[in-house]
Design a protein around this ligand. Sequence first.
Ligand code: ADP
Length: 303
Amino acid sequence: MQLLNTQDLDKQNISSLNLPAINYLFNRVTNKKRADIEFEIELQDKSTRWVLGSMNQSKTTGEYILVVHDITQLRQLNSMRRDFISNLSHELRTPVSVIRANSETLLDGALDNKKEAKTFARAILHNSERLSSMVSDLIDLSRIEYGDLKLNIKGIDFNDFMESFLVSMKSVAKKRDIELKYNPDHQGLLSADTQALERIMNNLLDNAYKYSDEGTLVEVSTKDQGKMIKVMVADSGVGVSDEDQEHIFDRFYRTASARASDKQGSGLGLAIVKNLTNSLNGEVGVESKHDSGSIFWFTIPIG
Ligand code: ADP
């Protein structure tokens, strides 16, 4: 009734609904006994919905029966699936074609030149590593989304966690000549899963290093928000424009400058961060201005 914007269909003429799709159904059903149509309608609040209308004629009474289903969500899911498959094929094709082209060049004669052969072999190795990290990110993402990832949620002291985590992250930072600092401002336990926290922090710090210049500072800090702890990862790198901020947590989204640069990436890291923080009952976000660094943050319940 809400879909068709009417209170009572009883004794109403079908044409009074003023919906061409329903009139079409009615014309078809008089010849065929049953007809279906998918159409888009605008509701009173100006939102649009997709509707599946089916009409048939009762054999016994001769009455026409109209059934309408709101299929907007189904349509959105289908379009998300189509986008996902098209993005995935596009992302996988690039490394695969590089591997193929380089192997062909090797077989066509470059193998005989040791120096050249090394360059092509390196490109093959580099792109196969890229492929394999994309595939494992995808497997992780689908496990998280389907709820297959078993989380072991328990009380975790984030300061202890960071102490051991920073040891491994500092050596990576040193390689990139980046200073890594930890500035906590909370106490007590978080309710989280250690591996999930590691994954979240790894992805955020990886990005902070990747999108910053050498010689800069990356700072992790925390804030007590009562029921939640907010963890912030701040860098002074390239930053994210307002427009890109709306999309960077989507699967495969990479900003135009990230794509244009030689920085490796699949565009899946932040989608994994978002899914994992949601699984831990937290939220995720970013504050940033183009060219003046970013603060990626997430919240985790106090445990
Ligand atoms: P990628 O594998 O490309 O790094 P992510 O999902 O981790 O994929 O990030 C998506 C995009 O968000 C990146 O391509 C980059 O454009 C942008 N981004 C992520 N982290 C940062 C950051 N710390 N500073 C600037 N841009 C970032």
